[in-house]
Design a protein around this ligand. Structure first.
Ligand code: DAH
Length: 333
């Protein structure tokens, strides 16, 4: 910049003293204006010069051009930031154009889990957690699923080593909780679970939340009421469900809850109904296994699939979309 000579050097000083966007623009016109711009005019004379002189002058004018252009834009930037910091001192200027910013938000699964904790929390349920690497004993045996039991096959298990598994469901947290707490109690525990399974409605890792309520006279009717109230609040008021008898070794009797697919039925690969939950009255053997007297206490338990509830809530046909990290999908929430 320093090696510019008159009249260009004076322009640099002028730019440095400009105090508004308008005066910057006026100087820009004075230099680069198509009609009488100083540089425009100077360049016009190049035509009459010899090839040698043309090259030399041409290079010089190029240097003048880039120097003055960057001086103009630097000055404009510093005027703008001075304006912004002055405004920040004075209050908010809603007229400033700021670049749009992408805001992050919770993943829909985690947002839903927070809602689960909130809804059940208001019904008096404590939130608990358990490890994802679980003992075979907690994941199966204590839940009344001994080694020879056929129900183990339905839970295509990832074994880590003998007697240690990636938990196939959140039900082992019931066992841990009941060993540490005396009834009466109400508890839910959301978390990740793992199974060797993958298609539009199954993923090798997915989320469940387990619930359990034990008291002197907790009944199946209480269970249905709690579950229906929660699901309406979590998914939608107009959600339709149906109850079927189901078999799980850790409850007796056992039930399953299906939910009707909302919206376009052709989008659901499983047809009209999707199984979202297993539940029932806690089996007396399970209570005995954790040292609770089944003649004195009784209760219900349930285990919901989080992704499936979300699929119905938002009409998402394929659960693998939750894990694809596709911003076009995630930004819709
Ligand atoms: N753990 C079962 C599963 O993952 C779901 C389940 C069924 C949980 C019945 C329960 C229950 O608490 O009572 O398939």
């Amino acid at each position: 910049m320093t090696n510019l000579e008159s009249p260009w050097a004076e322009l640099l000083t002028e730019i440095g003293q400009a105090d508004s966007a308008e005066s910057i623009e006026a100087i820009r016109l004075k230099i680069f204006g198509r009609k009488a711009g100083m540089l425009t005019e100077a360049m016009k004379d190049l035509g009459s010069l010899s090839v040698e002189e043309k090259r030399e002058k041409g290079q010089f004018f190029n240097q003048v051009k880039t120097t003055l252009e960057s001086a103009l834009s630097d000055r404009l930037d510093s005027l703008r930031s001075a304006h912004v910091s002055k405004q920040a001192g004075e209050g908010l200027d809603l007229t400033i154009d700021l670049p749009e910013q992408d805001r992050g938000h919770l993943h829909p699964i985690h947002e839903f889990i927070r809602a689960v904790e909130d809804v059940f929390g208001r019904m008096g349920f404590d939130t608990a957690e358990g490890p994802e690497i679980e003992t075979e004993d907690n994941n199966f045996n204590k839940l009344n699923i001994p080694e020879t039991h056929a129900a183990r096959d339905s839970q295509d298990t990832f074994w880590i080593k003998s007697e240690t598994v990636l938990r196939t469901h959140t039900s082992p947290v019931q066992i841990r909780y009941m060993q540490e707490h005396k009834p009466p109690f109400r508890m839910i525990c959301p978390g990740k679970v793992y199974r060797k399974d993958s298609d539009a409605t199954h993923s090798p890792m997915f989320h469940q939340f387990e619930g359990i309520m034990v008291g002197k006279d907790v009944s199946l009717a209480n269970m249905k009421h709690v579950m229906e109230a929660a699901v309406k609040e979590l998914v939608s008021d107009d959600v339709e469900f149906r109850w079927r008898t189901g078999y799980f070794p850790f409850v007796e009797p056992g039930l399953e809850m299906d939910m009707r697919w909302r919206g376009d039925e052709s989008q659901s690969r499983e047809g009209k109904w999707l199984e979202v939950c297993g539940c029932g009255m806690v089996h007396p053997n399970v209570l005995k296994n954790v040292g609770i007297d089944p003649d004195e206490w009784q209760g219900f338990a349930f285990g919901f699939g989080v992704e499936r509830l979300l699929m119905i809530k938002h009409q998402i046909p394929d659960l693998r979309q939750f894990y694809a990290s596709d911003l076009r999908f995630l930004k819709q929430f």
